[in-house]
Design a protein around this ligand. Structure first.
Ligand code: ADP
Ligand code: MG
Length: 236
């Protein structure tokens, strides 16, 4: 199992951002984490990637507990945070060398070449990150998340703010990567999950509302009172 979340609750001050959320993600699954703004998607991803701890419950990633083995988990997980924070003054290649160094990647040069090739960054590799289009910046974000060949990828709204062409390209890239990795990606758009994922976990106001295959979710939306939530999630 790549991720096991057991009764995860996260409280910020007075705000309960996650309330007793449980699910399991098997190795090789590509799962969409779906929910409107404020649902708790980023909060959950920060717990999985060891950026901050849960208030209650247990989170296991690749068999390790986030509270006890953060170092082992960060070796095995790649994370593209919301809003893709990058060093805009660095050149693409220079930035990937820096990230590879942080992760102690062996065969650094070769690995960077592979990532530039996989993410389609070849024409932009000599440019400064700040001068790239949003679509190419996302490719750099994906390349840095993949550089240490992690088992699990956590992508927080990887296509937000992209134009329609860039959106299709990045979705296709995620689909390619998903053939060999476990992926959890968040979005607030239902169509995105239909295009890329086999399964969706739906959060709303910190509660887990559904966890099923896309086909089952669409077929049973009415019976499970998910229609109004789906309506919110299908409007751009
Ligand atoms: P999503 O990513 O689904 O939009 P978030 O996980 O960012 O949702 O936020 C869930 C809830 O927790 C929101 O109500 C948000 O305002 C709140 N929240 C998120 N981060 C913090 C924080 N650092 N301090 C206080 N409240 C927060
Ligand atoms: Mg978010």
């Amino acid at each position: 199992m790549s991720i096991i979340a057991q009764n995860i609750t996260k409280i910020y001050g007075e705000q309960k951002a996650l309330d007793n959320v449980s699910f399991e993600i098997k190795k090789g699954e590509v799962v969409g984490l779906l929910g409107p703004n404020g649902a708790g998607k980023s909060t959950l991803m920060k717990i999985i990637t060891c950026y901050h701890p849960q208030t209650l419950g247990n989170m296991l990633v690749c068999g390790y507990d986030v509270m006890e083995n953060a170092l082992e988990i960060t070796k095995r997980i790649g994370y593209l945070p919301e809003n893709n924070p990058l060093y805009l003054d660095l050149y693409v290649q220079e930035y990937l060398e820096f990230v590879a160094g942080v992760h102690h990647v062996k065969n650094k040069k070769q690995r960077i070449e592979e990532m530039i090739d996989l993410t389609g960054l070849t024409p932009e590799r000599k440019k400064k990150i700040g001068s790239l289009s949003k679509g190419y910046k996302q490719r750099v974000g994906l390349a840095q998340a993949l550089i240490h060949d992690p088992e699990v990828l956590v992508l927080d709204e990887p296509t937000s703010g992209l134009d329609p062409n860039q959106l299709v390209e990045i979705r296709n890239l995620i689909k390619t990567i998903g053939k060999t990795k476990t992926i959890l990606m968040s979005t607030h758009i239902m169509q995105e999950v239909e295009a890329v994922c086999n399964r969706a976990i739906i959060l709303d106001k910190g509660h887990l509302k559904a966890d099923d295959s896309i086909d089952n979710l669409l077929a049973t939306a009415k019976a499970n009172n998910l229609e109004s939530l789906f309506h919110k999630l299908t409007s751009y």
